[in-house]
Design a protein around this ligand. Structure first.
Ligand code: NDP
Length: 313
């Protein structure tokens, strides 16, 4: 029978670039890390196509292949990588308790949280059908593939504004859909968007459907003031309506901002509970890149190593 309770030195929750990098460093520091992969082994990169901005891959690499490399490297260093989802925690006192799949209990001296974030989607059937075929939630990842083409972006926050500007530098035109008569983005970002020569803002407008059979060919939009519906030809449809950090099970234990991002002490991966660290997108709503997540995973392993040394463990 499987052992229902297990004591570990270093538990890593999540398997994106942050989790695997933490595992590589923790394993090399002889912390015998155990990593649970979560619901989407490999994280958000497993749903992207080509990654061209991760240093070390001069010819680019497919996101899923890159995450297999991360996993193999962590396993080669000795990390114990397992399927399983953390479903509940008790951080009342060290060592900390984490339940996996609602049954197995891990008792850990240190916990590294790298559960990531998930992009929010509109929920249109055509949006999910064409995901990866011109529909994307990451302009920085996929914009390059639409150089010189017309593209759309949905959203009106700082992310949408930043991504619209990014796209405007390489695409011939960016059609930006704003569902209200004003933008949520900071004033300076709004000004920049308005001043870019090739961003057309559609106020009070929402997408009704992404058009195209095998790839994005356009979008149907509805203006909720004039009540008009129209079609716009396009090559890509970017969604930037926010992200949701995967931090629900830590609510009530860890300090978070109002959106649920775990707060870490500046310049470190330390949370408000000593011995519990956070890395990657679950604590980063600004950069959200594979390389920054990997860097913060490294920081978490080093912080955990120092904590264990300080405690004489
Ligand atoms: P936000 O939650 O700030 O904005 C989401 C945007 O998407 C809003 O404009 C919202 O519209 C719109 N939206 C939501 N749902 C829909 C929908 N179903 N259809 C159409 N539009 C929709 O998310 P962001 O990712 O932009 O930003 C998150 C946080 O990160 C913010 O605090 C932001 O300031 C910060 N940030 C900072 C950056 C920087 O400082 N450089 C860069 C990026 C982000 P509505 O306004 O109508 O609700």
């Amino acid at each position: 029978m499987e052992n229902k309770e297990e004591r570990v030195h270093c538990l890593i929750i999540g398997s994106g670039p942050a989790g695997y990098t933490a595992a590589i460093y923790a394993a090399r520091a002889n912390m015998k890390p155990v990593l649970y992969q979560g619901i989407q082994p490999g994280g958000q990169l497993t749903i992207t196509t080509e990654v061209e901005n991760y240093p070390g891959y001069p010819d680019g690499i497919q996101g899923p292949d890159m995450m297999i490399h991360f996993e193999k490297q962590a396993a080669r260093m000795g990390a114990d990588i397992r399927y399983g989802l953390a479903t509940k925690v008790d951080f009342m006192e060290a060592p900390y308790k984490v339940w996996i799949d609602e049954e197995k209990l891990i008792i850990a001296d240190t916990v590294i949280i790298s559960t990531g974030a998930s992009a929010k989607w509109l929920g249109l059937e055509s949006e999910s059908r064409l995901n990866g075929y011109g529909v994307s939630a990451c302009a920085v990842c996929d914009g390059f593939f639409f150089k010189g083409k017309e593209v759309a972006i949905v959203g009106a926050g700082d992310t949408a504004a930043e991504e619209a500007l990014y796209l405007s530098k390489m695409c011939s035109r960016v059609h930006m859909l704003v569902r209200r008569g004003e933008m949520r983005a900071s004033k300076i970002m709004q000004e920049r968007v308005k001043q870019a020569g090739n961003i057309t803002i559609y106020w009070n407008t929402a997408p009704v459907e992404v058009l195209g059979d095998k790839k994005v060919e356009g979008m149907r939009v509805h203006n909720n003031v004039t009540n008009e519906t129209s079609d716009i030809p396009l090559s890509a449809f970017f969604v930037a309506i926010g992200h949701q950090p995967n931090s629900d099970i830590f609510k009530g234990w860890l300090e978070m901002d109002e959106a649920g991002y775990i707060l870490t002490q500046p310049g470190t991966s330390r949370t408000n509970i000593e011995g519990v660290f956070a890395a990657g997108d679950v604590q980063d709503k600004i950069y959200r890149q594979a390389v920054t997540a990997a860097g913060s995973g490294c920081m978490a392993a080093l912080d955990a190593e120092r904590y264990l040394a300080m405690k004489g463990m």
